[in-house]
Design a protein around this ligand. Structure first.
Ligand code: N0T
Length: 528
């Protein structure tokens, strides 16, 4: 299910992100890795809570836990570091055969300093809050403070040193410095020093990246306060990432509290400074040590969720979904994510501590909810590395059932591939010659498919609650499905379990509620 167990303490190659031809791969243990992730609740970052985490990950077939480590817990007293929890986490993750993505809750956690140590929270002179336009203190620590940055960086580097010295087997595969950075309501620091900086021309690196010039106002208009804060937050986070990578060069990413999939948000109505899709170029210019930015998706509207995926899947930005709601309707977006070459996915709040962030996610982790994620993860778990390797090299496509249930289709090579929803496995839902009742999933927000084109004639197909159809792209009448093989990969080679035919293929390829992997071979017959 998960990556092979490493001998305790044996050094392995440090995980890295690779990109080529606009596609991306997370390399772990020297080979492509698909992160079948799950994020624990915010306050599960204590040894006593970890036992409530692993059974949920096991039930979902997850291979990676995303979990915080907080500044307040590693440096409760300035200069005195405590890594008891981190060691506990490494030991337990290894015992449960899971990898870890470590979330550094420092200066910004959902913008707020809530996870900073008391000695930071209470010293507003050394670690100043932003000023609102009226001169009052805003709750967010300013990104312009060098003393805040230096203190946060020192603690973060200690964490990275601990990993360098105690995690030679790379149980921790990625690090997220800070969490949902930015500032709500007040889009930038309005202190006198900040105002002076705001009156300066924009930095040269930003001018180069964006082709803009002049003052912040001249370059960014209404978005100027947000662009300004984005630049300085990104520089701050970059300073942590750069120093941390100098110690141990793990991949590092940042996550965004999203503010709409297509609009340019009002700077006062967004986590201003965070890596929302419309300011990614600012982040790229200011934070070269950050490997990618990632969307935290809590929007159940299918068109919106898919637009977010498209906005973050860029040749210069690997797609990874570090948080998505854990209600069952979010599970379908796993297929849309990996079909876009996504390197990982993680529903949020996956532990048995009894906390639920509804209305963002589920009201309870009942069997139905867990199964919605366990099915796609269970499909990919045995072939996760094979898929990640294929997706790095070959064209892929994925779709989630849209809210209106419309068919989704694409052209890959010589074939049109369509995904239909709410069909039984036999026949057509619009048949009238025989009484039919709708499939139980027909009115449910479930269903998805992922396809990889393996060669000119072969396709790998996976999904759930979907009917997949292949037809010749140009309407040729001599196109045929040569074989539909169910199977898996062993040592990187396809192994067939059985061949689907007859009822199993007469009405399309129906993937409903089993973890099945199909290899479909197509062809065009000649009459000569
Ligand atoms: C997410 C999660 C956790 C007025 C929410 C989403 C996680 C963080 N934040 O459970 O806190 O650590 O990254 C923010 C969504 C805000 C919606 C507020 C509406």
């Amino acid at each position: 299910v998960a990556a092979p167990v490493q001998a305790q303490d044996a050094a392995t190659p440090v995980p890295r992100l690779e990109s080529r031809n606009g596609r991306h791969a997370l390399i772990v243990d020297g080979k492509p890795f698909l992160m079948l992730g799950a994020q624990a609740n915010n306050s599960s970052n204590y040894p006593a809570m970890l036992d409530a985490v692993w059974p949920v990950l096991d039930a979902m077939h997850a291979n990676t836990l995303e979990i915080p480590v907080a500044w307040e817990q590693v440096e409760p007293v300035e200069g005195k570091f405590d890594f008891t929890y981190l060691q506990n986490l490494l030991d337990a993750a290894r015992a449960h055969d899971k990898r870890v993505v470590l979330l550094w809750f420092g200066t910004w956690k959902n913008t707020s300093p809530s996870y900073t140590p008391a000695w930071v929270k209470l010293d507003n002179k050394r670690f100043p809050r932003m000023k609102a336009p009226d001169g009052s203190d805003h709750y967010v620590l300013t990104p312009l403070s060098q003393s805040t940055m230096a203190a946060d960086r020192r603690a973060f580097v200690k964490v990275m040193e601990y990993l360098r010295d105690h995690d030679r087997q790379n149980t921790v595969i990625m690090v997220q410095p800070e969490n949902e950075t930015g500032s709500y309501r007040v889009p930038r620091d309005f202190s006198a020093a900040a105002n002076a900086l705001f009156a300066q021309p924009i930095p040269a690196a930003l001018a180069k990246k964006t082709g803009k010039s002049g003052s912040w106002d001249a370059a960014f208009g209404k978005q100027a306060p947000r662009a300004f804060n984005t630049w300085y937050v990104a520089q701050f986070v970059n300073a942590l990432a750069e120093a941390g990578k100098a110690v141990k060069p793990l991949p590092m990413y940042v996550n965004a509290s999203l503010a709409g999939p297509s609009n340019v948000p009002d700077p006062t109505g967004v986590a201003s400074g965070g890596p929302q899709w419309d300011v990614l170029d600012i982040w790229k210019a200011a934070a070269p040590a950050i490997d990618f930015a990632a969307p935290d998706i809590y929007d159940r509207n299918s068109a919106n969720a898919v637009q977010y995926l498209d906005k973050y899947a860029r040749p210069d930005n690997a797609l990874m979904v570090p948080e998505i709601g854990n209600a069952k309707e979010f599970a379908r977006f796993f297929w849309a994510t990996i079909g876009r070459g996504g390197i990982g996915f993680a529903p949020f709040g996956m532990d048995d501590t009894g906390y639920f962030n509804y209305p963002l996610g589920a009201t309870a982790l009942d069997k139905e909810t867990l199964t919605a994620f366990a099915l796609p993860y269970g499909t990919l778990a045995p072939i996760a590395s094979d898929w990640a390797k294929i997706a790095y090299d070959r064209p892929t496509w994925g779709a989630a059932k849209p809210d209106d249930g419309a068919v989704r289709e694409t052209v890959m090579g010589k074939w049109k591939i369509s995904a239909d929803w709410g069909q039984w496995q036999f026949g057509q839902k619009d048949w009238t010659w025989i009484p039919t009742k709708p499939a139980p999933w027909a009115d449910q927000p479930v269903g998805g498919v992922a396809v990889a084109q393996l060669s000119d004639t072969e396709y790998l197909v996976m999904g759930d609650h979907v009917r997949v159809n292949f037809s010749p792209a140009k309407g040729e009448s001599n196109g045929v499905i040569v074989a539909v093989e169910e199977g898996t990969f062993k040592d990187g080679k396809w192994v067939t379990t059985r061949v689907w035919n007859g009822d199993q293929t007469d009405y399309g390829i129906n993937l409903i509620d089993r973890p099945q992997v199909l290899k479909i071979t197509t062809g065009f017959y000649s009459s000569k």
